[in-house]
Design a protein around this ligand. Structure first.
Ligand SMILES: [Zn+2]
Length: 240
């Protein structure tokens, strides 16, 4: 039982239609060049909704009847260095949502205005002309970026349902100290928990191997971040 003060950011807690809608929204945002948005809340228990309703400071909800409890709503925010609720970005996301039949809380009247909030009606369906074009990474923290991974060359995209976990294995570093520095950088940038990163000798060189990621996509996402931050040039995800 999740505490009423804790937020749930798990997309899989939403209805199948809402998961699809949310992924589609993030995909279309990605294609529009918006990659610095992330999920801050999905499902809320009615107990948590009631708790939030009672809060005056900060006032986070105007209703006891929210589609978060119906598993049809999600909230987003914008990653640094932009403001958490950068209205310029949220308006762009809202405009994309409108095209997809997704309701944006930024269109609601002043008393209900909720710019980070998105939801679908109970009868929402995939709008004509749209589909998921690959595996879309929907970040649930500000460190990760929205990604669209399109499988090609027959490469399998493996989801969490097959029960496999993935580690990231680095290419080799010349010294153990370099591998240890990379390990420390993974922790500093929240890409991997150093407690679970092993530095191992490989012949005369050294590698690091992370702890497990739940999906290949998340592992690949971590690799992208490692490369972007210059922690390493080469790495590969390996099932474990
Ligand atoms: Zn909301």
């Amino acid at each position: 039982m999740v505490s009423i003060t804790e937020t749930c950011r798990d997309l899989s807690e939403l209805t199948a239609a809402a998961q699809l809608a949310c992924r589609l929204l993030f995909q279309e945002c990605y294609k529009a060049g918006i990659t610095d948005i992330f999920i801050t809340e999905t499902y809320r228990s009615q107990a948590r909704q009631n708790y939030l309703y009672e809060q005056e400071h900060p006032r986070v909800t105007w209703t006891k009847s929210s589609n978060h409890t119906s598993r049809r709503a999600w909230d987003i925010a914008v990653a640094p260095p932009k403001n958490l609720y950068d209205l310029n970005i949220l308006k762009k996301v809202g405009a994309i949502a409108k095209k997809l039949g997704i309701t944006w809380g930024g269109t609601w009247p002043a008393s209900q205005y909720d710019a980070p909030h998105f939801e679908i009606p109970a009868n929402w369906q995939l709008p004509a002309g749209y589909k998921l074009e690959g595996t879309i990474i929907v970040p649930s923290n500000s460190k990760l970026r929205v990604q669209l991974i399109v499988s090609d060359k027959g490469q399998a995209i493996v989801g969490v349902n097959d029960g496999k976990l993935y580690r990231v294995q680095s290419g080799t570093f010349k010294t153990q100290a370099q591998a240890n520095a990379a390990k420390a950088a993974l922790g500093k940038h929240n890409i991997a928990n150093p407690d679970y990163v092993r530095v191992v000798q490989d012949g005369s060189a050294w590698r690091f191997i992370t702890g497990t990621y739940q999906t290949l996509q998340v592992a690949n996402n971590a690799i992208t971040e490692m490369k972007r931050l210059g922690i390493l040039q080469y790495a590969e995800p390996v099932p474990s």
